[in-house]
Design a protein around this ligand. Sequence first.
Ligand code: HEC
Ligand code: HEC
Length: 379
Amino acid sequence: MIRRVLVFGLLGVVLILLAFVQDQDIPDIALWRRLYASDDSRQWPTPHLDDDVKTNFVDIGSLPDVEYPLDNPFSKEKSALGKLLFFDPRLSATKQLACASCHDPQLGWGDGKSLANGHNRRVGKRNAMTLYNVGYYHTFFWDGRSPSLEAQVLFPLTDSVEMNTAPEVAVRHIQAIAGYRPLFKSAFGDSTISISRIQQAIATFERGIRSYNSKFDRFIKGNKDAMTDDEVWGLHLFRTKARCINCHNTPLFSDNQFHNDGQTLYGTRQQDFGHYHISGKQEDIGAFRTPSLREITLTGPWMHHGNFPTLLDVVQLYNLGNPEPIQRSVTIDPKTKPIHSAKLKKLNLTNEEINAVLKFLGAISSSTQQRIAMPKLPE
Ligand code: HEC
Ligand code: HEC
């Protein structure tokens, strides 16, 4: 009798323990390592997706080749010319600011500052975006106000707090440099220098700015040892409990859509309604284009306002469900009250899990800034 009680008691304890273990989501790193590094994403564990994300969902993975538009196909000559123009401060009115002044390859193709400063050191409204993988986006800028990379070139050129230059002035400056003429000839067939050719050349160069093969890329191609246990755990959390995959999906780690991430900074001097200014739709108040997370450790400070100095701050924000803080003293206009995306919920990640997600962000980034040789500009 006593033996039977003992046996059943023990069984009960084991069952309770098992249930507890299940509930705690004990990581099964060995299993995940096998599935994710199988070089077959059909074997990956099912991601935790919201219903509206399931249609047309494309998982994270290796980046395909970038596509060039039919009306501006790739050529080596055009790309090389675009690179020179990108680094050339003579494109600006003062001849002191180049695209590269704010998009420095050694600062993750950004400027390392919270907010960019341009013409006469005037401070802009937003964080300078990285140009890593810029050719994979469908719209450009944090708020999506430019429909193509070619069109995008005119914005910083003419922006009064960026390069502050009329297109004719930029064209005149470049026409005055004899060394550019043969380069336009080999890129476009004749030596005419026009603003649309400048736009086409710069856009062609930008499409070639790619992130580097990461530990993650090697891992999912079958190199089972390319990622550490924490990184594998972080990858799994990213696609499941931490819910990042609902927006940071596709091989770019961006769905190319706009979401309110709780960053409107309502009622402050930095208030920014983002995509609402383009679409005019109330649901777009405070919505910004999902940024890629490739090379993310190199491109801080983060978010459209650059107010996040560490990635730990960012992940902790998501863990809290991205509350949209509004100061009590601010009167809220019901027509413009920002509402954060319904995809953002409290995540209940433990400190170990937060750390794993951070480690995974490291595994989709290069470990050091890449150096690219500054081109010698034509005279
Ligand atoms: C004064 C700093 C500054 C200069 C100079 C500058 N940019 Fe930018 N760039 C920014 C900022 C800030 C943003 C984000 C602006 C926004 O979203 O409103 C940006 C965004 C971009 C984007 C959008 C990237 C994306 O992912 O959508 C591209 C492309 C770009 N810049 C290219 C250029 C080119 C080409 C030049 C030169 C013609 C240039 N920039 C000059 C600061 C600068
Ligand atoms: C609702 C969609 C959504 C989800 C879910 C989401 N993000 Fe984001 N993420 C965004 C958007 C949109 C931004 C840009 C917000 C802004 O700047 O105002 C962003 C910005 C970021 C940035 C800063 C990028 C930069 O270049 O400054 C990081 C890092 C980031 N997210 C990581 C994560 C991680 C990790 C998770 C999961 C824990 C996650 N995100 C979940 C949409 C999302």
